[in-house]
Design a protein around this ligand. Structure first.
Ligand SMILES: CC(C)(COP(=O)(O)OP(=O)(O)OC[C@H]1O[C@@H](n2cnc3c(N)ncnc32)[C@H](O)[C@@H]1OP(=O)(O)O)[C@@H](O)C(=O)NCCC(=O)NCCS
Length: 186
């Protein structure tokens, strides 16, 4: 019997070709027209929050995370998530989701959002977004729009357009507090 050596790694550019093959196999050419893919076309994903799984050195699964604004919420869009057929049903998909969500939480993300099957993602901490609250750049089934809320009032604030966000310029928390204090004094 073949020995498995399963390892989870942060994605880097050397993994791009293997990830392309994994996603092509899982989703086919139709993957580029999906609403979530159209957000991902707007700008790069965040490699520091994107992960692969290797078996004996070969990439066999991938999850990517893209910074987004979802209305006023500074979050991340999870996906694509794909596991090669040879490695399905061993908990690898669930583990990649868990790792990516925890990495986003540590980075201060307010929410991890995705379009996917509730029966797969709800046991992993995802909740349904209010019906039709987010406007995607293409049609989505509102029942499949899910979120892990990681800040106060996320469900109440998740409303409006969801689009790629440039997080190369980090917010300066001190400045935001000052601005709020000035407003409060006025
Ligand atoms: C969906 C996918 C990522 C799951 O990865 P995986 O490593 O096989 O999943 P896990 O081992 O973590 O979990 C397996 C469980 O999820 C269930 N499951 C798999 N796909 C599911 C789906 N689309 N909806 C609901 N449950 C699903 C399995 O039946 C299994 O259930 P069990 O534990 O009760 O037996 C993988 O099947 C895949 O790559 N599919 C094609 C691409 C895709 O659909 N990606 C998700 C886009 S939303």
């Amino acid at each position: 019997m073949k020995k498995h050596d399963i390892v989870y790694l942060t994605e880097d550019a050397s993994h791009d070709a293997a990830i392309e093959i994994i996603n092509e196999e899982a989703f086919g050419p139709g993957r580029f027209v999906r609403a979530a893919a159209r957000i991902r076309e707007q700008g790069p994903h965040d490699r520091s929050l994107s992960f692969i799984c290797t078996d004996d050195g070969e990439a066999i699964a991938s999850v990517r995370m893209t910074p987004v604004m979802a209305g006023p919420v500074r979050g991340h869009l999870l996906g694509p998530l794909a596991v090669r057929p040879s490695h399905k049903n061993r908990g690898i998909g669930r583990e990649l989701v868990r790792i990516a969500v925890e990495a986003a939480r540590r980075k201060g993300s307010e929410a991890v959002i995705l379009v996917g099957d509730p029966s797969y993602y709800q046991p992993l901490g995802f909740e349904k977004v209010h019906y039709g609250a987010l406007e995607f750049p293409g049609p989505v089934d509102p029942a499949r729009v899910l979120v892990v809320p990681m800040a106060a009032d996320v469900h109440a604030r998740l409303s409006g357009v969801i689009c790629w966000r440039d997080d190369s310029v980090a917010p300066v928390p001190g400045q935001a507090v000052e601005a709020r204090a000035e407003g409060a004094a006025a």
